[in-house]
Write a protein that binds this ligand. Sequence first.
Ligand code: NAD
Ligand code: IPM
Ligand code: MN
Length: 370
Amino acid sequence: MATHKLLLLAGDGIGPEVMAEVKRVAQWLEQAGLASFAIEEDLVGGCAYDAHGVAISEAAMVRAKGADAILLGAVGGPKWADVPYEARPEAGLLRLRKDLQLFANLRPAICYPALADASSLKREVVEGLDLLIVRELTGGVYFGEPKTITDLGNGQKRAIDTQVYDTYEIERIAAVAFELARTRRNKVTSAEKHNVMRSGVLWKQVVTDLHARAYKDVELEHALADSLAMQLVRWPKQYDVIVTDNLFGDILSDLAAMATGSLGMLPSASLGAVDPATGKRAALYEPVHGSAPDIAGKGIANPIAMIGSLAMALRYSFNEGAVADRIEQAIAGVLASGKRTGDIAAPGMETIGTEAMGKAIIAELDAATA
Ligand code: NAD
Ligand code: IPM
Ligand code: MN
């Protein structure tokens, strides 16, 4: 069995708490003979700043480039509110995404049947929901230049962020969306704001052209991003794959998370291009949620998004879809048995902590294997 080089970057806040449960699941997979990992750990975010004065060290970047897959917990928190902009915790994550060219961010929003009542939306609106947001992750306003604050000298300052997209960036993310749609319900919704933004005009044109050239068998619809936000709350089940830019994808995926019950439920995969020479691609897996400073240190965070991110690593980096399925079935089983962390519990329901949820998932894996 191949040994997979995994780099764990637990980060800040609840990051280390949920990462501890991923280690538990990884250990179980090894003991069950289902996977073999060579695990390294390093710092990213505020903890890296505290240790090295930067949000990610050069040594950690070297490790990241050498790993088969990276698992990241979360970065950020109020402790680092005043550190220099270049060294803020989030800069470590953004550098990983940019330097490893992780342009394709897959954010599945699946409503587990047992959680249909945990969503703030009505049961009939979310029950059976299974959509995939494909977010462009290395371009757009996150990285466009200029990106500055200047003093205008009259008591005013001017802040500039720049939205930039080239044809190839739109084309490659749209291709990922079309390819994935073919494995699902064969429909892609592309979201931009061509009514306001030049980048939206180019986005829509490039997606339309690529569709006509190579993906006519896939249903394509276009949506304005603001209207899509409304539709996601009204009737999210109309969507299969949504492809959109870096910023809209960030916002829409938090929105979609609530349809699944909690931000604590959403895993993600950030993928680079496949290297034709090796057949491999850089990949980082992380929950969609952040470091949750309001609950950090209390042992009550939901580890399911983080454990689901390990499942995505098995599926997308290690070609172990069946093992990923087992983890996801164990999660579904635990939820069906009524076990809940606070974020997914209905009022009055008994709740369990992070560690107990990790252990419950292990017990479910055990039961399914016996
Ligand atoms: P957040 O996602 O950390 O928290 C939003 C809300 O969701 C909070 O009430 C939190 O308690 C809850 N929540 C999040 N994850 C949860 C979990 N696993 N279990 C239970 N409840 C959970 O967003 P925020 O508060 O806006 O951001 C906090 C910090 O995290 C910021 O510094 C932000 O930049 C950073 N952040 C990091 C990442 C990342 O590392 N990928 C992602 C988003 C935000
Ligand atoms: C996310 C986060 C990040 C983003 C931050 C922490 C840089 O919100 O992964 O969704 O904005 O992309
Ligand atoms: Mn976000």
